[in-house]
Design a binder for this molecule. Structure first.
Ligand SMILES: [Zn+2]
Length: 139
């Protein structure tokens, strides 16, 4: 997902907790960080947030060199998930994104649309569907 926020946007301490929780802890629940550990790490991460100099609605982890929300908005043709207050009052956030309307040749915005696969007849057996459900419900 090229437009999804990257894992690296998270402070390193939170990245480590996520890996402990969902990779190591997937098969070893005792390895998962406790709620107290999460709470403290989130507090430290919050203290380390930096306010964007371009859009005061953007906050990001101080370990990043640039605002990832500004970068993302540029990739989305100006559509900002956290629009500046001035943009909200002028209704800018309600206008269509400028995707494909850019005339700048220095930084063209290239959005690719995934090709849809033709529909095929499901080939899964009832048994594999039941197993999938069990995995989803089993956590
Ligand atoms: Zn920003």
């Amino acid at each position: 997902m090229p437009l999804a926020p990257s894992f690296q946007m998270l402070p390193v301490a939170l990245q480590e907790l996520f890996l402990l929780c969902f990779e190591v802890g997937h098969g070893n629940p005792a390895a998962r960080p406790t709620a107290d550990v999460w709470s403290k790490a989130l507090g430290v991460a919050e203290d380390g947030l930096v306010r964007c100099g371009v859009n005061g609605q953007h906050y990001y982890s101080g370990h990043l060199g640039v605002c990832p929300w500004c970068e993302r908005a540029a990739k989305l043709g100006g559509r900002d998930p956290f629009p500046a207050l001035g943009g909200i009052s002028s209704g800018q956030h309600l206008k269509p994104a400028a995707i494909g309307k850019s005339t700048s040749k220095k930084s063209p915005i290239k959005i690719t649309t995934p090709k849809l696969k033709p529909k095929t007849t499901p080939t899964k057996s009832t048994k594999s569907t039941a197993n999938s459900r069990m995995k989803c419900n089993g956590f």
